[in-house]
Design a protein around this ligand. Structure first.
Ligand SMILES: [Zn+2]
Length: 255
């Protein structure tokens, strides 16, 4: 039986919080730590998809009603292909950081993580995590997660210093962090920080430490190297992305 519990996460206007030095914080839902389960030492592969029609999620505290992102993209002047690239780049950041992998799902119906536009717009962006409340595991298994963006806000690609318009990749990377079991650290300076800021566009040391705590260090390359030297010479998808997209981290528009 899958419990439908959700945490409330907002990536919006925030007041400054006291910095006690903690650089990451794991998510606690109803007092439970949560993460996607994997066999011991194995990499967990998760699928994601963009919503293609209106969807409702009973029991979701956030993102209970979502729809496709077309309206949001049109209003913000972002192309569908650019969106796909930004989503992939955001997932690739986490894939490069820890022993967890992401790929596009064949259909939203089967995706582990869904991304859509809010049908009842509020804030900027939210995540919702469903987990198995009845699991005997000390850290409960996440069963599905949602990310929803407010289509009434303006969105952009890259940083331009205007903190009222959010960079899609940065926001998605933050919300993905929630969907894998991370919360806001008490201080700033991390992508998981509560406050939207435009000081960095990559995961920070605390973000990486949190992901490694939950999923272990990234191991795909060493496993591949041991079993298949030819495969190991090819750069991974995550590294290709880092190469392709990393250089334009601070440009306002890629074109
Ligand atoms: Zn957040």
């Amino acid at each position: 039986m899958i419990g439908l519990y959700a945490g409330l996460f907002c990536c919006g206007i925030a007041s400054a919080t006291a910095d006690d030095g903690a650089s990451f914080k794991t998510l606690k839902l109803e007092g439970n730590g949560v993460r996607w389960q994997a066999a011991k030492g194995q990499q967990r592969a998760l699928s994601y998809a963009v919503v293609t029609q209106d969807m409702e999620f009973a029991g979701a505290r956030n993102c209970g009603k979502v729809t496709k992102l077309d309206g949001l993209l049109t209003a913000s002047g972002v192309g569908a292909e650019t969106l796909r690239s930004e989503i992939a780049a955001a997932f690739a950041m986490w894939e490069a950081a820890a022993n967890i992998a992401f790929h596009a799902a064949e259909s939203p119906a089967t995706a582990d993580i869904l991304i859509g536009a809010q049908l009842e717009p509020e804030g900027w962006a939210f995540a919702n995590v469903f987990y198995d409340t009845l699991s005997p595991e000390p850290v409960k298994p996440i069963s599905r997660a949602l990310i929803c963006l407010n289509p009434l806000k303006r969105w952009k690609i890259g940083f331009d210093g205007d903190l009222r318009t959010y960079d899609l990749r940065y926001t998605l990377a933050h919300e993905i962090g929630h969907t894998i079991g991370l919360d806001h650290p008490s201080g700033g300076g991390e992508i998981m920080g509560y406050r939207y800021e435009e000081k960095f566009r990559e995961l920070q040391p605390g973000d990486i430490s949190g992901a490694v705590l939950l999923y272990g260090k990234r191991q795909l390359d060493s496993i591949a190297a041991a079993s298949d030297p030819a495969h190991a010479r090819r750069p991974s998808a995550a590294r290709l992305f880092a190469k392709r997209w990393g250089a334009r981290a601070f440009t306002a528009r890629p074109q």
